[in-house]
Ligand binder design. Sequence first.
Ligand code: SAM
Ligand code: SF4
Length: 334
Amino acid sequence: MQQQLAVSTQNTSTLTDNFGRNFGYLRLSVTEQCNFRCLYCLPDGSQCEVKSELNLQEIKQLVTVFAELGTSKVRITGGEPSLRKDLTAIIDTVKNIAGIQTVALSTNGYRLQKEVRNWQQAGLDQLTVSVDSLDRATFELVTGQDKLPQIMAGLELADSLGFDSIKLNTVLLKQHNAAALSDFQALVQQKNWTLRFIELMQTQSGVAFFRQQHLSAQILEQQLQQQGWTVLTKTATSGPAREYQHPDYLGRLGFITPYQQDFCDSCNRLRVSSTGQLFLCLFAEQHQNLRPLLSQSSVQLKSWLQQQVQQKKASHFLHQRNPGATRHFAMIGG
Ligand code: SAM
Ligand code: SF4
């Protein structure tokens, strides 16, 4: 790994690691709880008791410090963030912090139809909804919830409200959706949405499932290329996804391939869990508790964050089948 890697944030943050990577994007989990039972994440549902989640005031203090260090984008995630009764207030608070230009939300879509207007009025710019299958029975099998029609209706409503960006996340699963590329293509033919296939990642609790279901995205990508889809040039703010377009389709298809060797070179994000643990990587061995620092001066938290970022490793260790301390993604929001 070279010592100088690509920098990919809109505004240069003062959070820079030893490899020259700059972190202007914060993924903030607001709860570990979830009401779905996705086979690859929480197959037995949320088992843990509700831990003491960061409250609105703590979220404000935390994001203000990140913004002062140059963070311009915050993604609110979980668990399922819409289970927080104060989600709309969280969006509003984060959006009104000086320096925060973009507020994004990752959701399973359960409350989309009911709440998306409120979220947008509160300042939500970008929406990402998980949709692992467009077949109702398969969707229920994978997520444990028969909610596909409501989620699609929620997406239609969001579409009519004019978000900057609507994305769908689809975890690629050998037996459940890998043969359904044409269904997903038919959707983005009509909709100006970006659907990204995420290669299944191994977590501590998902070893057997990973062995059964993991599939490289390469085959799907080759199929698209053969059909005339072309890869979009990355911009300074692009994340790790590779996105494709086709003149006959309104939307785009993309791939997130964490097992690719150079995947971490363009890393631009830090993660904070719902209880205030800083994760330098989705698959870090350790996390650090920043919550006590929220009651001290912001100067201390700033210098602590700047020191912590220096500990960030060049890459995750997924290739060695080491998922670090991550039991499942609901812990920190993927
Ligand atoms: N509950 C929300 C949702 O499902 O969108 C937000 C949190 S969820 C943990 C964030 C993303 O992580 C989802 O798109 C989900 O599909 C993805 N994810 C969870 N576990 C994963 C795994 N083992 N491998 C790849 N993606 C995973
Ligand atoms: Fe819940 Fe999201 Fe995990 Fe599915 S992926 S169980 S919706 S946190």
